[in-house]
Ligand binder design. Structure first.
Ligand SMILES: [Zn+2]
Length: 337
């Protein structure tokens, strides 16, 4: 049994590696059953390099093992495995999102390194979202001494170089325009500060355009103008005729519906819970209101080309707190069957 388990761990998905301390034992998953396909639940910190297969165990080792076994409780450990205090599933990659299940209101450590971490609280049901930014590297979450680690390998983002541009491309705004820009920025800040308790995101996204569209820009694409890398594009652009219906990618609550944005033209924010916020830009019409509950697939707007846009399209974006995620990734959410 142990060998079988070890083999499974060694060949587990490279995308998402779980680590829990040895104390959890090899009993494996319990509460979450087979629902965490991508997360071998009992990957253990004790599983460092496998022992050599030669069988050359020293007498000392055997003594140590015997002592350990003797001191272990006699109770039926294997038949009642301990529940991990935290387990996560989802898309553990750059721009992705995972959903962790832990104890209600658990204060979970979210870390990019041993010295770079902060804490977020799980909700009343022990659910916590964690998102990964475009260029984030290895990461882990930790609660009650148990750690789940993620290998975030670099993704290959689109880049395009445009050289020979006139050097003076600085935008100049009138006082009036600046006033509008500042006011819009302030409203946006409020919309993005939304933190709905209710979890609307359950099992992935659907595409916001269910009719025909052409994807013109991927998440993370970057332009290099005259050799200077510009801010990456944090959305997915879907071109479709003006007036094409746009739907909500998942359940949520509208935290901003604004058709007077300077750059975005129109801007719609849908909070799916815990600051996981979908947002849409450049729409012709928004047909929902601030504070409204929306269901996955419900129409919320129509395609347009308002604001800084060169043609009818939807710029589809996603934030988790202050991190920019790739909304399209979440259309491939692993099923928890
Ligand atoms: Zn865009």
């Amino acid at each position: 049994m142990a060998m079988k388990l070890l083999r499974r761990l060694r060949f587990s998905s490279p995308r998402l590696r779980g680590e829990v301390p040895a104390k959890q034992g090899m009993g494996g998953n319990s509460r979450f059953g087979s629902s965490f396909e991508n997360l071998p639940p009992s990957t253990s910190a004790s599983l460092q390099p496998l022992p050599p297969a030669s069988g050359e165990k020293s007498i000392l080792t055997i003594f140590a093992m015997a002592a350990l076994m003797a001191s272990a409780p006699v109770s039926s450990q294997t038949s009642t495995p301990q529940t991990p205090s935290i387990a996560c599933s989802g898309m553990a990659q750059q721009g992705g999102l995972i959903v962790c299940r832990t104890e209600p209101n658990a204060k979970v450590k979210i870390a990019r390194g041993e010295d770079d971490f902060y804490f977020e609280n799980a909700d009343d049901n022990g659910v916590l979202f964690v998102g990964f930014d475009r260029d984030e590297s290895d990461n882990f979450v930790e609660y009650a001494g148990e750690r789940v680690s993620f290998d975030l390998s670099p993704r290959d983002y689109d880049t395009s170089k445009i050289d020979g541009l006139p050097s003076n491309m600085v935008n100049e705004y009138t006082e009036e325009e600046l006033k509008r820009i500042r006011a819009a920025t302030a409203r946006k800040k409020i919309g993005f500060a939304s933190r709905q308790e209710e979890i609307g995101f359950k099992d992935g996204f659907i595409y916001p355009i269910q009719a025909d569209y052409i994807k013109t820009t991927n998440f993370g694409a970057q332009r290099i103008l005259n050799g200077v890398p510009k801010r990456p594009h944090y959305g997915v652009d879907l071109a479709a005729p003006k007036g094409t219906p746009i739907v909500a990618p998942a359940d949520g609550i509208v935290s901003m519906a604004d058709e007077d944005m300077y750059f975005e033209g129109s801007l719609l924010l849908i909070d799916h819970g815990q600051g996981l916020i979908s947002y849409y830009l450049h729409m012709e019409d928004i047909v929902v209101e601030d504070g409204q509950h929306v269901k996955q697939g419900e129409q919320v707007a129509t395609v347009g080309t308002k604001g800084r846009s060169t043609g009818p399209h939807l710029c589809w974006r996603l934030k988790w707190r202050n991190r920019n995620l790739d909304p399209e990734l979440l259309t491939e959410w692993p099923s928890e069957s």
